[in-house]
Design a protein around this ligand. Structure first.
Ligand code: PLP
Length: 412
């Protein structure tokens, strides 16, 4: 070999997938999986959305069904509707043809393609800019940006005292960052905290970012999951676009369509309004195509077909919205149940953050030691930062979990 493979160090196992493995190996009948962010129904089972089953029937009944390659940029009937879903059907950016969309290997692939694109082309005085991510953020952000050579820094986000947003800390960090920094923003249902800025706070964030000419990089993995309303959950992105930012969006359909393993997602570049914006967008699209070709050649077809079928059919789209309300509604009900049980038991501390936070996750405030005890004594699996995936709770295990939390918080 041309390199000493003996010198390749052992890397640690991915913490989240390691957790999943440990959960599977646990033989306790009481075990509770609150690790990975995947929706579960009230029986703790994966849920194939009814609308996805219908879309699958539509796809399979096509007599011309085949397994040909998609174009490099993916399925156009999917990416165009995906852009509309994020930006809004009446978006000026779409009307003015200043959006370039590429189908990706789900949200992760979209973040990666965006990172690669910025590493290659987003330079100030010939040098790359730092990417600012929230503290904390989805753990994968760090390695995706680092792997393409972009420097990373953090901005304050979670206030440990209030278990809410540290808006002052965030605004100050963005104001102090060098001009034209890249700022990664979670469009809604922030992972891991479940804490989102209010519409007024988004306005303040946009104002600072505009003053400092920062570049917004939106990651949207939970549209429709936060509030159950697709438009409401896209509010921040649409506001930034209306404000005239040039920006990018990494979009996942894993959670909102339950297509996790199918890897359906898209990357969108939106140019700022300008007379040459369409020409700029065309050039950007041409470069994205080169990067895509060298990385994956062309994206996978099935998940994109499912999403496209749902997004392009008004009846199926309406049914999807209903399915989204089922998922977000069950999660909200579990938040309410967990909070009321902990308050009923008089568990030390305050628990309002459980219902204040939104989306798939709750940042409980449990310490690493308490998390470890939950696992060793109660077979409860969650990430060591105290994050729980709300979807892992259901009417059969919520009391068990609440009592376990009560016990470790009391230290008994
Ligand atoms: N971004 C965030 C914030 C996420 O939480 C996730 C999934 O957990 C993703 C992106 C990407 O997920 P996927 O690649 O499965 O679409």
């Amino acid at each position: 070999t041309s390199f000493p493979a003996e010198a390749v160090p052992q890397a640690p196992e991915d913490p989240l997938f390691g957790l999943m493995r440990a959960y599977k190996a646990d033989e306790s009948p009481n075990k509770v999986d609150l690790g990975i962010g995947a929706y579960r129904d009230n029986n703790g089972k994966p849920w194939v959305l009814p609308v996805v089953k219908k879309a699958d029937d539509v796809i399979r009944s096509d007599p011309d069904l085949n397994h040909e390659y998609l174009p490099i940029a993916g399925l156009a009937s999917f990416t165009s509707k995906a852009a509309e879903l994020s930006l809004g059907a009446s978006s000026a950016a779409l009307a003015e043809k200043r959006v370039a969309s590429v189908q990706t290997i789900s949200g992760t692939g979209a973040v990666h393609l965006g990172a690669l694109f910025l590493a290659k082309f987003y330079k100030v005085d010939g040098a790359n800019r730092t990417v600012y991510v929230s503290n904390p953020t989805w753990a994968n952000h760090n390695q995706i940006f680092t792997n393409v050579g972009l420097p990373i820094a953090t901005y304050p986000y979670f206030d440990k005292q209030t278990k809410g947003l540290d808006i002052q800390g965030m605004l100050k960090a963005l104001a102090d960052a060098p001009e034209r920094s890249i700022v990664l923003l979670h469009a809604c249902a922030h992972n891991p905290t479940g804490v989102d800025p209010s519409p007024e706070q988004w306005r303040d964030i946009a104002e600072v970012m505009k003053a400092k000419k920062h570049f917004p990089f939106f990651d949207t993995a939970y549209q429709g999951f936060a509030s159950g309303d697709l438009d409401r959950d896209a509010g921040a992105i649409r506001y930034f676009v209306e404000q005239g930012f040039e920006l990018v969006i990494a979009q996942s359909f894993s959670k909102n369509l339950g297509l996790y393993g199918e890897r359906a997602g898209a990357f969108h570049y939106v140019a700022a309004p300008a007379s040459d914006a369409t020409a700029t967008t065309t050039r950007v699209a041409s470069q994205l195509a080169i990067l895509q070709r060298s990385e994956i050649s062309n994206p996978p077809i099935y998940g994109a077909k499912v999403a496209s079928t749902v997004l392009n059919d008004p009846a199926l789209f309406a049914e999807w919205q209903e399915n989204l309300r089922t998922m977000s509604g069950r999660i909200i009900a579990m938040r309410e149940a967990l909070r009321s049980k902990l308050e009923e038991y008089g568990t030390p501390g305050t628990w309002n953050h459980i219902t204040d936070q939104i989306g798939m996750f709750s940042f409980t405030g449990l310490s690493e030691a308490q998390v470890a005890k939950l696992r060793s004594d109660f077979h409860v699996y969650m990430t060591k930062n105290g994050r729980i995936s709300m979807a892992g709770l259901n009417t059969s295990n919520i009391e068990y979990f609440a009592k376990a939390v009560d016990s470790v918080v009391r230290g008994t």
